[in-house]
Design a binder for this molecule. Sequence first.
Ligand SMILES: *[C@@H]1O[C@H](CO)[C@@H](O)[C@H](O)[C@H]1NC(C)=O
Ligand SMILES: *[C@@H]1O[C@H](CO)[C@@H](O)[C@H](O)[C@H]1NC(C)=O
Ligand SMILES: *[C@@H]1O[C@H](CO)[C@@H](O)[C@H](O)[C@H]1NC(C)=O
Ligand SMILES: *[C@@H]1O[C@H](CO)[C@@H](O)[C@H](O)[C@H]1NC(C)=O
Ligand SMILES: *[C@@H]1O[C@H](CO)[C@@H](O)[C@H](O)[C@H]1NC(C)=O
Ligand SMILES: *[C@@H]1O[C@H](CO)[C@@H](O)[C@H](O)[C@H]1NC(C)=O
Length: 356
Amino acid sequence: MACLDFFRVVCLSACCILRGASEILVLEPSRLVVEYGAKASANCSTYISHNGMGWEASEGPVDMVENVQLLTWTVPTLTHWDIQPICYINLEDGSQAERNLSVTVYKLPDTLSISFKNCPGPVTEGETCRLQCDIQNVAPVRYLKVTWYKQFRMEQTTSFTETTITPVNKSISCMIQPSRNDDGAKYWCEAKLELGPDGPQPPPTKKSDPVSITVHYKPVFSNDTEIIEAGDGEITLNCTARANPPSEYTWETPYQEKAVKLSAPSLSVSRSGNYTCTASNQYGKAKKLFIIKPKYRDNTTLWTILVVGLLIAALLITVYIIKKRYTPCKRSANQSKSPSPAVQREEGEELVSPVK
Ligand SMILES: *[C@@H]1O[C@H](CO)[C@@H](O)[C@H](O)[C@H]1NC(C)=O
Ligand SMILES: *[C@@H]1O[C@H](CO)[C@@H](O)[C@H](O)[C@H]1NC(C)=O
Ligand SMILES: *[C@@H]1O[C@H](CO)[C@@H](O)[C@H](O)[C@H]1NC(C)=O
Ligand SMILES: *[C@@H]1O[C@H](CO)[C@@H](O)[C@H](O)[C@H]1NC(C)=O
Ligand SMILES: *[C@@H]1O[C@H](CO)[C@@H](O)[C@H](O)[C@H]1NC(C)=O
Ligand SMILES: *[C@@H]1O[C@H](CO)[C@@H](O)[C@H](O)[C@H]1NC(C)=O
Protein backbone atom coordinates (compact mmCIF):
# COMPACT_ATOMS: atom_id res chain seq x y z
CA MET A 1 0.00 0.00 0.00
CA ALA A 2 2.71 2.35 1.02
CA CYS A 3 4.56 1.45 -2.11
CA LEU A 4 1.59 2.31 -4.32
CA ASP A 5 1.12 5.65 -2.51
CA PHE A 6 4.74 6.38 -3.18
CA PHE A 7 4.18 5.55 -6.85
CA ARG A 8 1.22 7.98 -7.07
CA VAL A 9 3.29 10.75 -5.49
CA VAL A 10 6.09 10.13 -7.93
CA CYS A 11 3.59 10.20 -10.78
CA LEU A 12 2.17 13.55 -9.71
CA SER A 13 5.50 15.17 -9.07
CA ALA A 14 6.90 13.86 -12.35
CA CYS A 15 4.04 15.58 -14.20
CA CYS A 16 2.55 12.20 -15.03
CA ILE A 17 5.35 11.05 -17.29
CA LEU A 18 4.30 7.59 -16.16
CA ARG A 19 0.86 7.29 -17.67
CA GLY A 20 -1.35 5.04 -15.60
CA ALA A 21 -0.79 1.67 -14.03
CA SER A 22 0.35 -0.05 -17.24
CA GLU A 23 3.78 1.56 -16.69
CA ILE A 24 4.08 -0.64 -13.62
CA LEU A 25 4.74 -3.52 -16.01
CA VAL A 26 7.81 -3.71 -18.18
CA LEU A 27 7.85 -6.04 -21.18
CA GLU A 28 11.11 -7.41 -22.55
CA PRO A 29 11.20 -7.24 -25.55
CA SER A 30 8.56 -4.54 -25.92
CA ARG A 31 7.77 -5.69 -29.45
CA LEU A 32 8.23 -9.27 -30.53
CA VAL A 33 8.97 -10.22 -34.13
CA VAL A 34 8.87 -13.94 -34.64
CA GLU A 35 8.81 -16.32 -37.55
CA TYR A 36 5.71 -18.50 -37.90
CA GLY A 37 6.49 -21.86 -36.33
CA ALA A 38 9.44 -20.61 -34.30
CA LYS A 39 9.89 -20.27 -30.57
CA ALA A 40 8.45 -17.12 -28.98
CA SER A 41 9.16 -15.76 -25.53
CA ALA A 42 8.83 -12.53 -23.56
CA ASN A 43 9.35 -11.39 -19.96
CA CYS A 44 6.97 -9.31 -17.91
CA SER A 45 8.44 -7.69 -14.82
CA THR A 46 7.34 -5.31 -12.11
CA TYR A 47 9.02 -3.54 -9.22
CA ILE A 48 5.96 -3.29 -6.93
CA SER A 49 4.45 -5.77 -4.53
CA HIS A 50 1.21 -7.30 -5.76
CA ASN A 51 -1.41 -10.00 -5.25
CA GLY A 52 -0.43 -11.97 -8.34
CA MET A 53 0.58 -11.66 -11.98
CA GLY A 54 0.00 -13.77 -15.07
CA TRP A 55 -0.15 -13.95 -18.90
CA GLU A 56 -3.28 -14.25 -20.97
CA ALA A 57 -2.63 -15.59 -24.45
CA SER A 58 -4.23 -17.77 -27.12
CA GLU A 59 -1.05 -19.87 -26.98
CA GLY A 60 1.05 -20.55 -23.88
CA PRO A 61 -0.97 -18.65 -21.22
CA VAL A 62 0.62 -18.47 -17.74
CA ASP A 63 -1.64 -18.88 -14.69
CA MET A 64 -1.52 -16.19 -12.06
CA VAL A 65 1.37 -16.54 -9.60
CA GLU A 66 2.20 -14.61 -6.46
CA ASN A 67 5.52 -13.53 -5.04
CA VAL A 68 7.33 -13.07 -8.38
CA GLN A 69 8.70 -9.90 -9.93
CA LEU A 70 9.31 -11.54 -13.35
CA LEU A 71 7.11 -13.87 -15.34
CA THR A 72 8.03 -15.41 -18.70
CA TRP A 73 5.58 -16.21 -21.46
CA THR A 74 6.93 -18.79 -23.84
CA VAL A 75 5.66 -20.84 -26.79
CA PRO A 76 7.97 -23.44 -28.34
CA THR A 77 6.27 -23.31 -31.76
CA LEU A 78 4.15 -20.30 -32.54
CA THR A 79 1.27 -21.12 -34.89
CA HIS A 80 -1.14 -18.20 -34.32
CA TRP A 81 -1.09 -15.26 -36.72
CA ASP A 82 -3.14 -12.94 -34.52
CA ILE A 83 -1.62 -13.67 -31.13
CA GLN A 84 -1.70 -10.86 -28.59
CA PRO A 85 -0.41 -11.92 -25.14
CA ILE A 86 -1.42 -9.71 -22.22
CA CYS A 87 0.56 -9.52 -19.00
CA TYR A 88 -1.61 -8.53 -16.03
CA ILE A 89 -1.03 -7.74 -12.40
CA ASN A 90 -3.49 -7.65 -9.51
CA LEU A 91 -2.64 -4.66 -7.39
CA GLU A 92 -2.98 -4.52 -3.61
CA ASP A 93 -5.77 -1.91 -3.88
CA GLY A 94 -7.91 -4.45 -5.76
CA SER A 95 -7.44 -2.92 -9.24
CA GLN A 96 -5.75 -4.62 -12.15
CA ALA A 97 -3.06 -3.35 -14.51
CA GLU A 98 -2.23 -4.95 -17.84
CA ARG A 99 0.08 -4.56 -20.75
CA ASN A 100 -0.27 -5.93 -24.26
CA LEU A 101 2.68 -7.45 -26.01
CA SER A 102 2.78 -6.53 -29.67
CA VAL A 103 3.70 -9.63 -31.69
CA THR A 104 4.46 -9.65 -35.41
CA VAL A 105 4.37 -13.13 -36.91
CA TYR A 106 6.09 -13.31 -40.28
CA LYS A 107 6.59 -15.88 -42.97
CA LEU A 108 8.64 -15.80 -46.12
CA PRO A 109 6.80 -16.88 -49.28
CA ASP A 110 6.56 -20.62 -49.96
CA THR A 111 7.29 -19.95 -53.60
CA LEU A 112 8.38 -16.98 -55.63
CA SER A 113 8.37 -17.37 -59.38
CA ILE A 114 8.93 -15.14 -62.37
CA SER A 115 7.53 -15.57 -65.86
CA PHE A 116 6.99 -13.70 -69.13
CA LYS A 117 3.31 -13.14 -69.75
CA ASN A 118 2.95 -12.00 -73.36
CA CYS A 119 6.34 -12.96 -74.79
CA PRO A 120 6.42 -16.74 -74.91
CA GLY A 121 9.28 -16.91 -77.41
CA PRO A 122 12.06 -14.56 -78.45
CA VAL A 123 11.25 -10.85 -78.34
CA THR A 124 11.91 -8.44 -81.18
CA GLU A 125 13.85 -5.38 -80.15
CA GLY A 126 11.44 -2.60 -79.16
CA GLU A 127 8.57 -4.96 -78.31
CA THR A 128 6.98 -4.60 -74.88
CA CYS A 129 6.80 -7.56 -72.54
CA ARG A 130 5.12 -8.15 -69.24
CA LEU A 131 7.09 -9.88 -66.53
CA GLN A 132 5.13 -11.33 -63.67
CA CYS A 133 6.30 -12.25 -60.19
CA ASP A 134 4.03 -14.65 -58.29
CA ILE A 135 4.42 -14.75 -54.54
CA GLN A 136 2.68 -17.41 -52.49
CA ASN A 137 1.87 -17.34 -48.80
CA VAL A 138 3.71 -14.38 -47.41
CA ALA A 139 2.89 -12.53 -44.17
CA PRO A 140 2.45 -9.80 -43.12
CA VAL A 141 2.13 -8.22 -46.55
CA ARG A 142 2.59 -4.65 -45.30
CA TYR A 143 6.26 -5.37 -44.53
CA LEU A 144 6.82 -6.96 -47.94
CA LYS A 145 9.01 -5.28 -50.55
CA VAL A 146 9.32 -6.90 -53.94
CA THR A 147 12.27 -5.86 -56.09
CA TRP A 148 12.89 -6.58 -59.76
CA TYR A 149 16.42 -7.35 -60.81
CA LYS A 150 18.04 -7.34 -64.22
CA GLN A 151 21.56 -8.75 -64.24
CA PHE A 152 22.25 -7.85 -60.58
CA ARG A 153 20.94 -4.34 -61.06
CA MET A 154 17.96 -3.30 -58.99
CA GLU A 155 15.26 -2.01 -61.28
CA GLN A 156 12.09 -1.33 -59.31
CA THR A 157 10.57 -1.97 -55.90
CA THR A 158 6.93 -2.47 -54.95
CA SER A 159 5.48 -2.27 -51.46
CA PHE A 160 1.98 -2.94 -50.11
CA THR A 161 -0.34 -1.09 -47.76
CA GLU A 162 -2.92 -3.71 -46.78
CA THR A 163 -2.95 -4.69 -43.13
CA THR A 164 -3.77 -8.41 -43.48
CA ILE A 165 -1.71 -10.35 -40.97
CA THR A 166 -2.36 -13.84 -42.35
CA PRO A 167 -0.51 -15.14 -45.43
CA VAL A 168 -1.59 -13.83 -48.82
CA ASN A 169 -0.74 -14.50 -52.45
CA LYS A 170 0.49 -11.59 -54.55
CA SER A 171 1.19 -11.19 -58.24
CA ILE A 172 2.93 -8.12 -59.46
CA SER A 173 4.01 -7.26 -62.95
CA CYS A 174 6.51 -5.05 -64.65
CA MET A 175 6.63 -3.91 -68.28
CA ILE A 176 9.96 -4.18 -70.05
CA GLN A 177 11.09 -3.09 -73.51
CA PRO A 178 14.23 -5.12 -74.18
CA SER A 179 17.00 -3.79 -76.38
CA ARG A 180 19.77 -5.68 -78.19
CA ASN A 181 21.92 -5.26 -75.09
CA ASP A 182 19.39 -7.23 -73.10
CA ASP A 183 19.74 -10.33 -75.27
CA GLY A 184 20.49 -13.16 -72.87
CA ALA A 185 19.88 -10.97 -69.81
CA LYS A 186 18.60 -12.60 -66.65
CA TYR A 187 15.62 -11.26 -64.71
CA TRP A 188 14.43 -12.25 -61.29
CA CYS A 189 12.36 -10.92 -58.42
CA GLU A 190 13.18 -10.85 -54.75
CA ALA A 191 10.85 -10.67 -51.76
CA LYS A 192 12.13 -9.01 -48.61
CA LEU A 193 10.37 -8.62 -45.28
CA GLU A 194 11.48 -5.32 -43.78
CA LEU A 195 10.35 -5.90 -40.21
CA GLY A 196 12.13 -2.96 -38.62
CA PRO A 197 14.81 -2.79 -35.90
CA ASP A 198 13.11 -5.47 -33.76
CA GLY A 199 13.11 -7.89 -36.68
CA PRO A 200 15.94 -10.14 -37.84
CA GLN A 201 18.96 -8.45 -39.39
CA PRO A 202 19.52 -8.56 -42.32
CA PRO A 203 15.83 -8.72 -43.28
CA PRO A 204 14.71 -12.19 -44.46
CA THR A 205 14.67 -12.44 -48.26
CA LYS A 206 13.79 -14.96 -50.91
CA LYS A 207 14.75 -14.89 -54.59
CA SER A 208 12.98 -16.38 -57.57
CA ASP A 209 14.85 -18.51 -60.09
CA PRO A 210 15.97 -16.25 -62.93
CA VAL A 211 14.48 -16.22 -66.41
CA SER A 212 16.53 -15.14 -69.38
CA ILE A 213 15.32 -13.30 -72.41
CA THR A 214 16.17 -13.79 -76.08
CA VAL A 215 16.04 -10.59 -78.09
CA HIS A 216 15.99 -10.63 -81.89
CA TYR A 217 17.44 -7.61 -83.66
CA LYS A 218 18.79 -6.50 -87.01
CA PRO A 219 22.54 -6.36 -87.70
CA VAL A 220 24.51 -3.45 -86.30
CA PHE A 221 28.10 -2.39 -86.83
CA SER A 222 29.96 -0.53 -84.15
CA ASN A 223 31.86 1.15 -87.00
CA ASP A 224 30.48 1.24 -90.51
CA THR A 225 33.67 2.40 -92.22
CA GLU A 226 37.11 0.91 -91.82
CA ILE A 227 40.20 2.24 -93.52
CA ILE A 228 42.94 -0.35 -93.93
CA GLU A 229 46.35 0.02 -95.45
CA ALA A 230 47.31 -2.82 -97.76
CA GLY A 231 50.23 -4.86 -96.49
CA ASP A 232 52.25 -7.74 -97.87
CA GLY A 233 50.02 -10.44 -99.25
CA GLU A 234 46.38 -10.89 -98.30
CA ILE A 235 44.36 -8.97 -95.76
CA THR A 236 41.30 -10.40 -94.05
CA LEU A 237 38.33 -8.09 -93.87
CA ASN A 238 36.25 -8.93 -90.82
CA CYS A 239 32.65 -7.86 -91.26
CA THR A 240 31.21 -9.56 -88.18
CA ALA A 241 28.00 -7.74 -87.26
CA ARG A 242 26.08 -8.10 -84.02
CA ALA A 243 22.73 -9.61 -84.91
CA ASN A 244 20.28 -12.16 -83.62
CA PRO A 245 19.65 -14.44 -85.43
CA PRO A 246 23.16 -14.25 -86.99
CA SER A 247 23.56 -12.35 -90.26
CA GLU A 248 24.13 -13.52 -93.77
CA TYR A 249 26.82 -11.60 -95.62
CA THR A 250 27.24 -10.36 -99.17
CA TRP A 251 30.30 -8.62 -100.53
CA GLU A 252 30.70 -6.12 -103.34
CA THR A 253 34.26 -5.93 -104.55
CA PRO A 254 35.76 -3.55 -107.12
CA TYR A 255 36.87 -6.49 -109.26
CA GLN A 256 33.66 -8.47 -109.58
CA GLU A 257 30.42 -7.23 -111.05
CA LYS A 258 28.06 -9.45 -109.12
CA ALA A 259 27.81 -9.33 -105.33
CA VAL A 260 29.26 -12.41 -103.68
CA LYS A 261 27.12 -14.19 -101.13
CA LEU A 262 29.06 -15.70 -98.26
CA SER A 263 28.10 -17.34 -95.07
CA ALA A 264 31.38 -16.29 -93.49
CA PRO A 265 31.72 -12.74 -92.28
CA SER A 266 35.28 -12.38 -93.53
CA LEU A 267 36.87 -11.96 -96.94
CA SER A 268 40.52 -12.18 -97.93
CA VAL A 269 41.64 -9.52 -100.36
CA SER A 270 44.99 -8.61 -101.88
CA ARG A 271 44.16 -5.55 -103.94
CA SER A 272 43.31 -2.03 -102.87
CA GLY A 273 39.87 -0.54 -103.49
CA ASN A 274 36.51 -0.18 -101.81
CA TYR A 275 34.82 -3.33 -100.55
CA THR A 276 31.28 -3.18 -99.25
CA CYS A 277 29.83 -5.82 -97.02
CA THR A 278 26.11 -6.15 -96.31
CA ALA A 279 24.98 -8.06 -93.25
CA SER A 280 21.32 -9.02 -93.13
CA ASN A 281 18.81 -11.10 -91.26
CA GLN A 282 15.00 -11.11 -91.34
CA TYR A 283 14.86 -7.94 -89.23
CA GLY A 284 16.96 -5.72 -91.49
CA LYS A 285 20.38 -5.07 -92.93
CA ALA A 286 23.47 -2.93 -92.43
CA LYS A 287 26.35 -2.01 -94.71
CA LYS A 288 30.00 -1.64 -93.91
CA LEU A 289 32.62 -0.08 -96.19
CA PHE A 290 36.23 -1.22 -96.17
CA ILE A 291 38.58 1.21 -97.89
CA ILE A 292 41.82 -0.55 -98.73
CA LYS A 293 44.46 2.06 -99.47
CA PRO A 294 47.38 1.13 -101.75
CA LYS A 295 50.48 -0.15 -100.06
CA TYR A 296 52.35 2.68 -98.37
CA ARG A 297 55.79 1.22 -99.39
CA ASP A 298 54.79 1.45 -103.09
CA ASN A 299 54.34 5.17 -102.56
CA THR A 300 57.76 5.44 -100.91
CA THR A 301 59.43 3.65 -103.80
CA LEU A 302 57.61 5.90 -106.24
CA TRP A 303 58.69 9.01 -104.40
CA THR A 304 62.28 7.69 -104.10
CA ILE A 305 62.41 7.08 -107.84
CA LEU A 306 60.96 10.54 -108.50
CA VAL A 307 63.33 12.31 -106.11
CA VAL A 308 66.38 10.38 -107.29
CA GLY A 309 65.35 11.02 -110.92
CA LEU A 310 64.96 14.74 -110.26
CA LEU A 311 68.32 14.87 -108.49
CA ILE A 312 70.03 13.13 -111.42
CA ALA A 313 68.29 15.47 -113.86
CA ALA A 314 69.38 18.50 -111.82
CA LEU A 315 72.94 17.18 -111.71
CA LEU A 316 72.98 16.65 -115.48
CA ILE A 317 71.59 20.12 -116.10
CA THR A 318 74.21 21.63 -113.80
CA VAL A 319 76.98 19.73 -115.57
CA TYR A 320 75.57 20.84 -118.91
CA ILE A 321 75.40 24.51 -117.88
CA ILE A 322 78.90 24.47 -116.44
CA LYS A 323 80.27 22.84 -119.59
CA LYS A 324 78.39 25.29 -121.81
CA ARG A 325 79.76 28.28 -119.88
CA TYR A 326 83.37 27.14 -120.29
CA THR A 327 83.09 26.00 -123.89
CA PRO A 328 83.50 29.48 -125.61
CA CYS A 329 86.88 30.10 -123.85
CA LYS A 330 88.02 26.59 -124.78
CA ARG A 331 86.77 27.11 -128.32
CA SER A 332 88.70 30.38 -128.84
CA ALA A 333 91.79 28.94 -127.22
CA ASN A 334 91.86 25.64 -129.11
CA GLN A 335 90.09 26.43 -132.39
CA SER A 336 92.41 24.23 -134.43
CA LYS A 337 91.92 21.35 -132.06
CA SER A 338 88.96 19.08 -132.58
CA PRO A 339 86.34 19.38 -129.79
CA SER A 340 86.01 16.68 -127.15
CA PRO A 341 83.53 13.90 -128.08
CA ALA A 342 80.96 15.09 -125.55
CA VAL A 343 80.92 18.67 -126.82
CA GLN A 344 80.95 17.45 -130.34
CA ARG A 345 77.82 15.41 -129.71
CA GLU A 346 76.12 18.36 -128.08
CA GLU A 347 76.96 20.68 -130.95
CA GLY A 348 76.23 18.02 -133.47
CA GLU A 349 72.79 17.55 -132.03
CA GLU A 350 72.12 21.23 -132.19
CA LEU A 351 73.24 21.37 -135.77
CA VAL A 352 71.58 18.21 -136.87
CA SER A 353 68.15 18.77 -135.42
CA PRO A 354 66.85 21.37 -137.91
CA VAL A 355 67.88 19.12 -140.81
CA LYS A 356 65.98 16.19 -139.41
C1 LIG B 1 13.77 -13.33 -19.55
O1 LIG B 1 14.38 -13.44 -18.26
C2 LIG B 1 15.23 -14.55 -18.09
C3 LIG B 1 15.67 -14.56 -16.65
O2 LIG B 1 16.13 -13.30 -16.28
C4 LIG B 1 16.38 -14.42 -19.06
O3 LIG B 1 17.25 -15.54 -18.95
C5 LIG B 1 15.86 -14.31 -20.47
O4 LIG B 1 16.93 -14.08 -21.35
C6 LIG B 1 14.85 -13.19 -20.60
N1 LIG B 1 14.25 -13.23 -21.87
C7 LIG B 1 14.07 -12.14 -22.64
C8 LIG B 1 13.40 -12.36 -23.93
O5 LIG B 1 14.46 -11.03 -22.29
C1 LIG C 1 -4.84 -4.97 -25.39
O1 LIG C 1 -5.45 -6.00 -26.15
C2 LIG C 1 -6.84 -6.12 -25.90
C3 LIG C 1 -7.32 -7.35 -26.63
O2 LIG C 1 -6.63 -7.55 -27.82
C4 LIG C 1 -7.54 -4.86 -26.33
O3 LIG C 1 -8.92 -4.92 -26.11
C5 LIG C 1 -6.95 -3.66 -25.59
O4 LIG C 1 -7.49 -2.48 -26.08
C6 LIG C 1 -5.45 -3.64 -25.74
N1 LIG C 1 -4.89 -2.61 -24.89
C7 LIG C 1 -3.98 -1.76 -25.28
C8 LIG C 1 -3.48 -0.79 -24.29
O5 LIG C 1 -3.51 -1.78 -26.44
C1 LIG D 1 -2.44 -18.98 -52.59
O1 LIG D 1 -2.25 -19.86 -53.70
C2 LIG D 1 -2.22 -21.24 -53.37
C3 LIG D 1 -1.91 -21.99 -54.62
O2 LIG D 1 -2.57 -21.50 -55.70
C4 LIG D 1 -3.56 -21.63 -52.75
O3 LIG D 1 -3.50 -22.98 -52.37
C5 LIG D 1 -3.81 -20.75 -51.54
O4 LIG D 1 -5.08 -21.04 -51.03
C6 LIG D 1 -3.74 -19.29 -51.89
N1 LIG D 1 -3.83 -18.50 -50.69
C7 LIG D 1 -4.63 -17.45 -50.58
C8 LIG D 1 -4.58 -16.73 -49.28
O5 LIG D 1 -5.38 -17.09 -51.47
C1 LIG E 1 35.74 3.83 -87.02
O1 LIG E 1 36.63 3.74 -88.12
C2 LIG E 1 37.31 4.93 -88.43
C3 LIG E 1 38.12 4.68 -89.68
O2 LIG E 1 38.79 3.45 -89.64
C4 LIG E 1 38.17 5.33 -87.23
O3 LIG E 1 38.79 6.57 -87.49
C5 LIG E 1 37.29 5.46 -85.99
O4 LIG E 1 38.10 5.72 -84.86
C6 LIG E 1 36.53 4.19 -85.78
N1 LIG E 1 35.61 4.39 -84.67
C7 LIG E 1 35.42 3.47 -83.75
C8 LIG E 1 34.42 3.82 -82.70
O5 LIG E 1 36.03 2.39 -83.75
C1 LIG F 1 35.89 -10.79 -86.35
O1 LIG F 1 35.55 -9.90 -85.29
C2 LIG F 1 34.79 -10.49 -84.27
C3 LIG F 1 34.47 -9.40 -83.25
O2 LIG F 1 33.97 -8.28 -83.88
C4 LIG F 1 35.54 -11.63 -83.65
O3 LIG F 1 34.76 -12.24 -82.65
C5 LIG F 1 35.91 -12.65 -84.71
O4 LIG F 1 36.71 -13.66 -84.13
C6 LIG F 1 36.66 -11.99 -85.84
N1 LIG F 1 36.86 -12.96 -86.90
C7 LIG F 1 38.04 -13.12 -87.49
C8 LIG F 1 38.09 -14.16 -88.60
O5 LIG F 1 39.02 -12.45 -87.18
C1 LIG G 1 35.90 4.70 -101.74
O1 LIG G 1 35.00 5.27 -100.82
C2 LIG G 1 35.34 6.57 -100.39
C3 LIG G 1 34.37 6.98 -99.31
O2 LIG G 1 33.04 6.74 -99.69
C4 LIG G 1 35.30 7.52 -101.55
O3 LIG G 1 35.71 8.81 -101.16
C5 LIG G 1 36.26 6.99 -102.62
O4 LIG G 1 36.17 7.80 -103.77
C6 LIG G 1 35.93 5.56 -102.98
N1 LIG G 1 36.97 5.06 -103.88
C7 LIG G 1 36.70 4.32 -104.95
C8 LIG G 1 37.88 3.87 -105.73
O5 LIG G 1 35.55 4.06 -105.26
